[in-house]
Design a protein around this ligand. Structure first.
Ligand SMILES: Nc1nc2c(c(=O)[nH]1)N[C@H]1C(S)=C(S)[C@@H](COP(=O)(O)OP(=O)(O)OC[C@H]3O[C@@H](n4cnc5c(=O)[nH]c(N)nc54)[C@H](O)[C@@H]3O)O[C@H]1N2
Ligand SMILES: Nc1nc2c(c(=O)[nH]1)N[C@H]1C(S)=C(S)[C@@H](COP(=O)(O)OP(=O)(O)OC[C@H]3O[C@@H](n4cnc5c(=O)[nH]c(N)nc54)[C@H](O)[C@@H]3O)O[C@H]1N2
Ligand SMILES: [Mo]
Length: 675
């Protein structure tokens, strides 16, 4: 008889949620046996998750238990960036860091300290809590968290006061769906079946994207715009609406302000002119304008591909203004979907102290901050929830900054990232399967409780715990500072309204008062000062060097005739999971561009400009527009032949409305290389 005792231990299941930087914020059911994760799957708790999760999170255990995982603190022993470390214990690591923080502050002032964090964990506990309190108490430089969503958030907040979006499940009620600069087939997969269902029921699908994305293939109309030209395209639709009777004047006068000024900005944008600027046939653009005027309910999914160029904020404004001008609100399946992260009425979390008015550093210019700033220079860089070598513009300048001998760099992460290779002290962080947190969705709004599923690997600790510990080593502990992630979680939940608190504790899921699928202008309305949609927000106009609805053309540079974009891929979330094996990376290029350069699929190439070069393979296919080439976002340096990724080619210029990143605003040339 076979011997079966070792398999006899039962599998237990823990209900939790995914806090990774993705709009869908899935509810998860995780199987554990003998203290190890054996299965990660969808939980039925949240309707949006719809019974399935993405392939990336299914295999998240490969990260938790993988060879790149950090299990102990370590201290650099080789030259900067050589990746040579010796193991240390927490006391040594944190005492060293505390001493360096203290030294920098007393010698140069608190502003010599730069905390650097972004999307690693979108949780409400692991960011903006004990970390924020520590850096505030130190008087550190403040970080403008602009790498993503800053232009879109500025536009949405000014225009609608962050009104809640049309939920995914309501897309099936739409007769017209516009997917504008979003690729939900990889970056928010739960929208796709809802779009397909709507199409089966006769809805028309329009996709605005320089690439032939999976949904663009299925669309009735695809507008393959040049990156950075969406503002012109949207303004031409506005002009058509105003000129041809498609504007809802009753709605505009009852519910908006600034319509006349918007109309004036749209006036120069005839369909012909916008089509020429965007590099698309004029008849396709006028067909789009007609469809948008004629079909209701009409919903626009505005993605983040739109914002990642100099004109990004104005483009988002012009797109989000469309449903107001065309009067598309007030019906189920009509309106827009952007981000719901700010659609809640609770204040964010707990920090327990005022923010000092120290200098603000735009994270998109990290390289400059490390190499150019003085009075004071950045002396201590503390990176957590972020992998800037892989994710920030001007990679070579970031690397140069990180090589500074007089810079003390701390990196706290789950794995030995490209950034951690440059650290003086590396700290091991828990994953969302090893601690407490709250996932706040930025697709359809929801909060979910995250619980530890397994014990922490090795000596890994949570951010909340480590920053609290550091504060006490520095003597900065005030009364009521939470001790660890559970304590911090309780503090964060305590700041929420009674009903939300109860739902979170009792069922692990809380929805806004307006429910999971509100109708815009019925169940939710603008939360601007006067409750109207502000089509011409003057505060934004005043702050922007180019003004609202501005289109600034790219500078002609004959040496670099191609535009490089680097959108989300299905293999990573930003650079998270980039440590896992992947096939050879290749640049996607249109056959016309390849022919002009004598390139063929399978060639080795270099993509280059004045900032750097990337060496990799090439895929030749008509799935990108001529003139636009594509590399995936979030690559680790080992993924290419020369240790540079798309960000080595991305300029650190700023988007004009909110200082956003210009990832899709890189000008390059491509040529074959022999090795
Ligand atoms: N699998 C996976 N999922 C993710 C992520 C990931 O890396 N991988 N990242 C997460 C994060 S941080 C975010 S912010 C979201 C982003 O998710 P999305 O909003 O989908 O953003 P992107 O992938 O940057 O770009 C979307 C599309 O915009 C197109 N595009 C590029 N430039 C332009 C332009 O100028 N105009 C127009 N109209 N289209 C343009 C690109 O070709 C792409 O198809 O996804 C999240 N989800
Ligand atoms: N070329 C190009 N670059 C881009 C983009 C693009 O479109 N093109 N998109 C940009 C966008 S949209 C975004 S949002 C940014 C994201 O850029 P980043 O903020 O750098 O996001 P990630 O690459 O996901 O890296 C997050 C890191 O945080 C770590 N982490 C996760 N949880 C924890 C935790 O609890 N504690 C600690 N200490 N660490 C943790 C993860 O292991 C990971 O290494 O990238 C941007 N970069
Ligand atoms: Mo992002």
């Amino acid at each position: 008889m076979p011997h079966t005792t070792s398999a006899a231990r039962p599998e237990t299941t823990v209900e939790t949620a995914c806090p990774l930087d993705c709009p869908d914020s899935c509810s998860l059911s995780v199987g554990v046996r003998d203290g190890r994760i054996v299965r990660i799957d969808a939980s039925p708790r949240r309707a949006v998750t719809d019974g399935y999760i993405c392939a990336k999170v299914r295999r998240f255990a490969d990260r938790v238990y993988g060879t790149a995982r950090l299990r102990h603190p370590s201290v650099r022993i080789g030259p900067k960036g050589a990746g040579l470390f010796r193991q240390a214990d927490w006391d040594e690591a944190l005492d060293t860091i505390a001493a360096r923080l203290d030294e920098a502050r007393s010698r140069l002032g608190g502003e010599a300290i730069l905390p650097f964090c972004y999307g690693g964990s979108n949780g409400l506990v692991s960011q903006g809590t004990t970390d924020a309190r520590l850096f505030r108490a130190l008087g550190a430089s403040r970080l403008a968290r602009t790498v993503c969503a800053a232009p879109a958030t500025a536009a949405l907040a000014a225009m609608y006061g962050r009104m809640q979006s049309v939920a995914y499940e309501d897309f099936r009620h739409a007769r017209l769906i516009v997917i504008w600069g979003a690729n939900p087939s990889v970056a928010g997969v739960h929208l796709v079946p809802r779009v397909r269902d709507a199409q089966k029921q006769g809805a028309t699908l329009v996709v605005v994207d320089p690439r032939l994305t999976p949904l663009a293939r299925q669309a009735d109309l695809h507008l393959p715009v040049k990156p950075g030209t969406d503002v012109a395209v949207a303004l031409a639709v506005h002009r058509t609406l105003f000129e041809q009777g498609g504007a809802d004047t009753a709605f505009l006068s009852a519910h908006t302000r600034g319509a006349e000024r918007l109309r004036a900005r749209a006036e120069p944008w005839t369909v012909e002119r916008a089509a020429a600027v965007a590099g698309i046939p004029a008849d396709r653009l006028s067909r789009f304008a007609r469809l948008y005027a004629d079909l209701s309910p009409a919903v626009i999914r505005c993605g983040w591909g739109v914002e990642r160029n100099r004109n990004g904020g104005s483009a988002v404004l012009a797109i989000l203004a469309l449903p107001a001008v065309a009067g598309k609100f007030g019906v189920r399946g009509g309106g827009f979907t952007m981000s719901d992260s700010g659609a809640w009425t609770f204040e964010r979390g707990w920090v327990g102290t005022e923010e000092p008015a120290t200098r603000i550093i735009n994270m998109n210019q990290l390289g400059r901050a490390l190499t150019e700033l003085d009075r004071p220079p950045v002396a201590v860089l503390f990176v957590y929830n972020c992998n800037p070598v892989a994710t920030m513009p001007n990679q070579n300048l970031v690397l140069r900054g990180l090589q500074r001998e007089d810079l003390f760099t701390v990196v706290m992460d789950q794995v030995l990232t490209d950034t951690a290779q440059f650290a003086d002290v590396v700290l091991p962080a828990t994953t969302f399967l090893e601690g407490y947190d709250i996932a706040r969705a930025y697709g359809p709004a929801a909060l979910q409780l995250i619980k530890p599923v397994i014990d922490a690997e090795g000596a890994a600790r949570s951010n909340a715990d480590v920053f609290g510990d550091l504060a006490s080593r520095l003597g900065l502990t005030g009364p009521g500072v939470p001790a660890d992630d559970l304590d911090t979680l309780c503090r964060v939940v305590d700041t929420m309204p009674e009903r939300v608190r109860r739902d979170l504790w009792e069922s692990g899921l809380a929805l806004p008062d307006s429910g999971a699928a509100p109708v815009q202008f019925k169940d939710v309305s603008p939360r601007t000062s006067d409750g109207r949609i502000d089509l011409f927000p003057e505060a934004l106009e005043a702050a922007s060097p180019a003004g609202l609805y501005a289109f600034q053309p790219e500078e002609e540079d004959l040496r670099y005739p191609l535009t490089l974009i680097s959108p989300a891929s299905g293999r990573t979330i930003s650079s998270t999971l980039g440590e896992l094996p992947r096939p050879q990376v290749a640049l996607l290029m249109h056959p016309d561009d390849a022919r002009q350069r004598g390139l063929e699929e399978g060639d080795r190439i270099r993509v280059f400009n004045e900032l750097g070069e990337v060496r990799c393979g090439v895929i030749v296919a008509p799935t990108t527009r001529p003139g636009t080439v594509v590399l995936p976002k979030g690559l680790w340096r080992s993924a290419t032949l020369n240790g540079s990724t798309a960000n080595a080619l991305v300029p650190d210029r700023l988007e004009l409305l909110a200082g956003g990143a210009c990832f899709n605003d890189a000008r390059v040339e491509v040529e074959r290389v022999s090795h």
